[in-house]
Ligand binder design. Structure first.
Ligand code: BYC
Ligand code: FE
Ligand code: FE
Length: 469
């Protein structure tokens, strides 16, 4: 069953719009070439136990079967239309838009392209991980995340083709041309050009960076541009699994470390990840992911909110939706000191969204810290570094702060950077742990087994089967 010969699974009545269907069918083989070129390396012919979205209804969703990844049915699914009105900003109360308003065309295209760009980027970043999987269960989860990020790209490309005419089609082509980490055509946002070449980084990425995805998608799910709101709502249901993979993945690594430390053993001597490395990887991926929310003070963010393009997290559950005449107090570095500043609330929307994100990350750290405690580790606890630490975007970028957020001199940063962020040696150590474990039911030494399998299957289920099977 070669999917490329069939039409594209969808709930948008694609067959009624022949031109659009043809344009997407022309893009499809380019997507597949991209997938084969920079998608999961070495596993394209394997049979993977995957979940495929076949409709947006609860039962059409949990469809599990063995699939070869290039034959995954990447589909276009939007939540059903409802009588929605714009819920915030200057246009609050007006009916949502079914087409792109001319005055917001550039802004919307930019938001959609930025969102779209992250999806293939993450697949590229993760392409070599299959070779060093800690178990078949984890290998399957990696591929589930990868195919769904591929579907998220489809979701955005549909919007570009359907609503943005020729420039939308050009943008869709360029999404397949940029490459994560490339020096001449890099991906748009910083974190998506960082290497992910070990599984500790993968779990940190799905914990911290996919979680930016959750908050950005939630903000776009409020959008006055209804097709964007409806498609991001459905994407959020898939995102939940990615976050599960990240949060529980790190928790299992913490557990392994804690079990050894609780018995007075040295994790390094037993092929596990030591506590200080866990903290350094948290510092790295949390700070990189904070940058993805944009600058603390942003006129773009204010414009997006005013225009009804991008709301706050769960905007529909807030009490007021104009965000006018209010300010947000933040500490901003100025001339080597921290100065309190009152920022008009709309200009602080990136920071408001980041607040929700940080709370959610703290919740996960509390859970990991319980795992340390339960295993008899008394003193050590993981901590989120301060928001100013190691930032590349916003007023703290280019300045130096310790993990508590205190300004320090560049020299001190240089002297201590390796205590706070993974050093070349640390990365080498983590990579040295990465040996593939592909025997059914077996798990690598550095990670605890998961508490249960996927879709009610046992832990020793053969989640990924070699091509001959
Ligand atoms: N890297 O006004 P500012 C996901 C640029 S993740 C590089 O402060 P704004 C996923 C910015 O473009 C979710 N450049 O920021 C996760 C602007 O450039 P110009 C992805 C950056 O515009 C895992 C300048 O700096 N979705 O789905 O308010 C796996 C000043 O910007 C960065 C979205 O991002 C950066 N980190 O907000 C798979 C949603 N940050 O104008 C998938 C769509 C800022 O000076 N994007 N810049 O040329 C947006 O809503 C906004 O573009 C941002 C930035 C929130 C990213
Ligand atoms: Fe995604
Ligand atoms: Fe994701």
């Amino acid at each position: 069953m070669a999917q490329s010969l069939e039409s594209i699974p969808n709930n948008v009545d694609l067959s009624s719009d022949r031109r659009l269907q043809r344009a997407l069918e022309q893009w499809q083989p380019n997507f597949l070439s991209w997938w084969r070129e920079v998608g999961p390396d070495g596993f394209q012919a394997h049979q993977v136990y995957l979940r495929t979205a076949i409709s947006v209804e609860a039962n059409g969703w949990a469809h599990f079967d063995f699939v070869r990844m290039p034959e995954y049915r990447w589909g276009i699914f939007l939540e059903p239309k409802s009588e929605r009105r714009i819920g915030f900003g200057d246009v609050m109360g007006e009916p949502v838009w079914e087409e792109v308003p001319g005055e917001h065309r550039n802004a919307l295209r930019r938001i959609i392209v930025t969102q779209a760009d992250t999806e293939p980027a993450s697949v590229e970043q993760q392409r070599l991980l299959g070779r060093t999987c800690p178990s078949l269960y984890d290998l399957r989860n990696l591929f589930q995340v990868n195919v769904e990020e591929g579907r998220h790209l489809w979701a955005m490309v549909y919007l570009l083709h359907r609503y943005f005419g020729r420039d939308g089609r050009e943008e869709a082509d360029e999404l397949l041309q940029r490459r994560s980490g490339s020096s001449d055509k890099p991906r748009i946002l910083n974190a998506f050009n960082e290497p992910i070449d070990d599984w500790l980084s993968f779990f940190m990425f799905t914990m911290f960076t996919d979680r930016d995805g959750k908050y950005q998608l939630a903000a776009l799910a409020q959008s006055g541009f209804d097709p964007l709101a409806r498609t991001t709502r459905f994407m959020l249901t898939e995102e939940a699994h990615h976050l599960f993979v990240g949060e529980t993945g790190v928790d299992r690594i913490v557990q392994r470390c804690a079990e050894l430390m609780g018995k007075g053993l040295d994790p390094r001597a037993h092929g596990a990840v030591p506590f200080e490395l866990l903290q350094k990887y948290v510092n790295l991926w949390f700070s990189l992911s904070l940058d993805l929310f944009g600058g603390e003070v942003s006129s773009n963010a204010a414009d997006f909110f005013a225009a009804g393009l991008k709301g706050r997290f769960r905007e529909d559950q807030l009490e007021e939706h104009k965000a006018l005449g209010k300010s947000y107090r933040m500490e901003v570095p100025e001339g080597g000191k921290l100065v309190a500043q009152e920022v008009p609330l709309r200009n602080a929307m990136n920071e408001v969204l980041r607040d929700e994100y940080v709370k959610d990350c703290q919740r996960a750290l509390d859970r990991w810290n319980k795992t340390l405690e339960k295993n008899g580790v008394k003193e050590l606890r993981l901590r989120l570094p301060h928001r100013r630490f190691h930032r590349g975007v916003g007023p703290s970028a280019g300045l130096f702060f310790d993990p508590e957020g205190q300004p320090i001199a560049e020299q001190e940063w240089k002297a201590r950077e390796q205590q706070w962020l993974p050093s070349a040696e640390d990365r080498t150590y983590v990579r040295s742990l990465m040996h593939p474990v592909t025997e059914r039911g077996k798990v690598a030494s550095w990670i605890a087994p998961p508490p249960k399998g996927i879709n009610g299957m046992p832990l020793d289920f053969e989640y990924v089967r070699p091509p001959s099977a």
